[in-house]
Design a protein around this ligand. Structure first.
Ligand code: GCV
Length: 841
């Protein structure tokens, strides 16, 4: 049945209402901003006024509604919806088969693969016809989004004749949402799917999310945490999951779920979950049948087993392939897919054994099972052998499975890359990973071709991004971070797109076509990953963060002397993991010979992975001619300095970007600039102490214009040690530990008269919201509440935050006083104050 006109009008009204919404970031890159310039509008003068969809599926209806919405938004025109092809110019949406039925004279289009589309502006039966055809319904929808993208980029559409097909069938996102509504490694509020162990009643956000996903070609979404709650498979939960699938369906997004391997026992009541037991196999089969009765287009299961405390086949002495296949066989009759995570390692490894190496784990666990996984199963491999660090080499496992389907796992949620409080645009990194040539069998074998199934002619393969969007209006908690979601989708569709192309598309659709805005935003995005890497973890050490808890601020030694295996093996003489075949863990030998030879030799190992592959003295000379230690100092000072420029670049866009997004992004970039200094100082101080080698440029350990809080005159505040020591200047902070009192710290300014910025470095813990007041003499010059939601309950590198009070006229002998009012465990802690002269007077 075709939808009634009333329903269509209602849909359009809803769509328009959302266009009128304030700019919170909710519309992301689908803003459909009105095109004002007459010269650009003229490009679309001949756009037909009538649209017809040749089929009436939910996906085709969504495609048609989207077309109406986009044209209304950008051109201010409401297309006429026709039920059959009219005898006038028209836009025609349909599958290739249905289009050819209507226009038999149309030349045949070959070569599309599923989900591919064809855009054609042509003359037929005396009329101009704009055809949006897909090999399947989803392809039509993708074609509509591609067409609307052209309009938002102000491209011509009057001479179109182009086809596009995705490189791979699996283009999924994983959401690590827990059924209680929390999200593991989610930084944008609570789940849009779950609350209190139920699916939320209002799934309109799930539908809106699916629309965003569809617009970038994502065809599947796994809605729950890979650390799966068995309840996801409970019979009473299934109808709830079916509601999410209903919300996704118009957008061609298939629902999938993560499952717990012990479910036959915990949910099914069996006495075993041995994958080779016939009753267990039967249980999975019946469960799959039950799911497909409720959700006919169900995508499949994701399984994390024998990893980080999850049970797996090892309980019964079975292999990962045994585990994958029992689930895959249950899904196969329905066309479902089983994705088995390759992230399997022992997190209780003996750190004293220099031959132990977590990086070896994925390859060691899986390569001997090559060829044993079913055709509808795929092994999902994180891009690097450790865990989403700011830099890692590509996992050698990609090249080691010639007879097994693979997917690559990328992380959109910025677990180790600043948690969306830092701008860290990952598309340039993903491009390096996807373009990396593993030289399997001495051939030309870039990672993108391997995972797409092209290299080894696999039936399945693709791309999975861990997204973790939340209820924050801007989905990821930061409008700029949405470029990572966009970029992931675009690369999963076509990994040959350049980082610049993707960034430009995203920027223009998200912020409009003002050349200043486009240049500035693109520069910010494209510089950000290298800056983040530069002030967090150099030379392949990974993000030198607190790996045991927050994964956020600096915490260098948390990596050492424990079973987690993210060791950097630093001592007073040198640093780095020796992963060579000759003297180290042998990890390098897991790569095909040409790549292994490059990494094995110090002469050819790239500087940016040196300390991942080799243990060297701090005085080792890099290819750049610098010593390792000097590189560490320089990169941290240079990258932190670059981060200081980010808010300054952004400020040039005042008045060119809507107020709300302007303010939100400025606040975030200012925070990042301050936190980059925390990183710089922690890492440089630590390396200075451990190596004993000074910074040749005299910066590390010297902080002119800095007054340590512990050296101020204190009233009520007490001096406390901070852990780890490098996270606070001088290793100490002052805290106001008497909850009922306010405390103060003061000092006498002894600089020259002038205009100053006063930077107060304080700690913003999330147990409460302390208040701060700053006085110069008797005059209060600032007040703020420390209520940011940072991942910290104590003063440390996670909570350390800069408050900049700009434009203060200071005079010698001015008394500067900070008053801290503690609140609910937040002790109004202060690290230091810096006075930065901006202009002498
Ligand atoms: C969902 C890392 C993360 C975990 C995550 C795990 C995984 O260890 O810190 O939160 O668990 O990877 O990918 O399974």
């Amino acid at each position: 049945m075709r939808r009634s006109c009333t329903t269509r009008i209602l849909l359009l009204v809803c769509a328009l209402a959302s266009i009128a919404r304030a700019e919170t970031g909710y519309d992301a890159w689908l803003r459909y901003e009105p095109i004002q310039a007459a010269s650009v509008r003229a490009l679309y003068d001949r756009l037909p006024a009538t649209i017809v969809a040749l089929d009436n599926s939910a996906v085709l209806s969504a495609a048609e509604t989207e077309m109406l919405r986009g044209i209304r938004g950008m051109l201010g025109r409401t297309l006429r919806v026709a039920a059959t092809v009219p005898s006038e110019d028209s836009i025609v949406l349909g599958t290739i088969a249905s289009i050819q039925r209507v226009f038999p004279k149309l030349a045949e289009r070959r070569g599309l693969t599923p989900d591919g589309f064809w855009l054609d502006s042509t003359a037929l039966d005396g009329h101009n016809v704009l055809i949006v055809a897909g090999l399947n319904d989803r392809g039509v929808l993708y074609g509509v989004f591609a067409l609307l993208r052209k309009l938002s980029l102000h491209e011509r559409i009057d001479e179109l004749d182009e086809t596009e097909s995705p490189i791979a069938p699996i283009r999924w996102v994983n959401e690590w949402d827990n059924l209680d509504g929390s999200i593991e490694r989610g930084y944008a509020g609570r789940s849009i799917f779950f609350e209190n162990n139920h699916v939320v009643p209002d799934l309109s956000r799930a539908g809106d999310y699916a629309r965003l996903l569809a617009s970038i070609g994502i065809d599947g979404c796994t809605v729950n945490n890979v650390n799966a709650n068995p309840r996801i498979l409970a019979a009473d939960f299934l109808p709830q999951l079916a509601r999410i699938a209903d919300a996704f369906r118009p957008w061609g997004v298939r629902l999938s779920i993560s499952v717990d391997f012990a479910s036959p026992k915990t949910v099914g009541g069996l006495d075993t979950f041995d994958p080779l037991n016939a009753r267990v196999a039967n249980w999975w089969r019946e469960k799959a049948d039950e799911i497909y009765r409720a959700i006919p287009d169900f995508g499949g299961f994701v399984l994390k087993a024998d990893s980080e405390g999850r049970v797996g086949p090892s309980v019964y002495g079975r292999t990962h392939a045994d585990a994958a296949d029992v689930l895959a066989q249950a899904l196969r009759p329905h066309g479902g897919i089983l994705i088995y995570r390759g992230f399997v390692y022992n997190h209780h490894m003996d750190w004293r054994d220099l031959k132990n190496d977590r990086a070896r784990a994925a390859y060691d666990n899986f390569h001997s099972l090559d060829g044993k996984f079913d055709e509808n199963a795929a092994v999902q491999i994180k891009y690097g052998p450790i865990d989403f660090q700011a830099r890692e080499p590509v996992s050698p496992l990609f090249g080691a499975l010639e007879h097994t389907n693979e997917t690559i796992e990328l992380q959109i949620t910025q677990e180790y890359t600043g948690q969306q409080r830092h701008l860290c645009y990952l598309v340039p990194m993903w491009k390096e990973v996807l373009d990396f040539n593993l030289r399997v069998n001495d051939g030309d074998t870039p990672v993108k071709d391997i995972v797409a199934g092209r290299t080894f002619h696999r039936p399945l393969g693709g791309f999975v991004g861990v997204a973790n969007v939340g209820r924050d209006p801007s989905w990821l908690g930061n409008e700029l971070a949405m470029a990572n979601l966009y970029g992931f989708g675009r690369l999963a569709w076509n990994p040959d797109l350049t980082a610049r192309q993707i960034t430009e598309e995203w920027t223009r659709s998200t912020f409009g076509n003002d050349a200043n805005v486009v240049d500035t935003v693109m520069n910010l995005q494209l510089e950000s990953w290298r800056a983040y890497e530069g002030y967090t973890g150099p030379l392949g050490l990974g993000t030198l963060t607190d790996i045991l808890h927050s994964h956020y601020g600096p915490g260098i030694e948390s990596a050492e002397r424990n079973g987690w295996g993210q060791w950097i093996r630093a001592d007073h003489e040198g640093i780095g993991m020796d992963r060579t075949v000759a003297t180290g863990t042998g990890y390098i030998g897991q790569y095909p010979p040409q790549v292994a030879a490059m990494y094995e030799s110090l002469a050819t190992c790239p500087d940016n992975l040196l300390l991942f592959m080799h243990h060297v003295p701090y005085t080792h000379l890099l290819h750049s001619g610098k010593t390792v230690i000097q590189y560490v100092y320089d990169s941290h000072y240079e990258a932190a300095e670059e981060a200081q420029q980010f808010p300054e670049w952004w400020k040039t866009l005042r008045g060119r970007v809507d107020d709300q997004r302007y303010r939100d992004i400025l606040a975030m970039l200012e925070y990042q600039a301050g936190h980059a200094i925390v990183w710089r100082d922690a890492i440089c101080s630590w390396f200075l102490r451990v190596s004993g080698i000074p910074d040749a440029k005299g910066r590390a350990g010297h902080f002119p214009n800095r007054i340590e809080a512990e050296s101020m005159q204190l009233n009520g505040y007490t001096v406390e040690n901070v852990t780890p020591w490098e996270d606070a200047s001088g290793g100490k902070a002052i805290e106001c530990r008497e909850p009922s009192k306010s405390c103060s710290a003061q000092f006498i300014f002894d600089g020259a008269p002038g205009w100053y910025d006063l930077d107060v470095q304080y700690f913003d813990v999330n147990t409460g919201a302390a208040e701060f007041k700053v006085y110069v003499g008797h005059q209060q010059v600032d007040y703020w509440t420390a209520d940011a939601q940072l991942p910290a309950t104590a003063p440390n590198g996670d909570s350390s935050t800069r408050r900049r009070i700009s434009g203060l006229a200071l005079r010698p002998k001015d008394e500067i006083r900070i008053e801290g009012i503690p609140n609910s465990g937040d002790t109004a802690a202060v690290d230091y104050v810096e006075t930065v002269l901006r202009k002498a007077q």
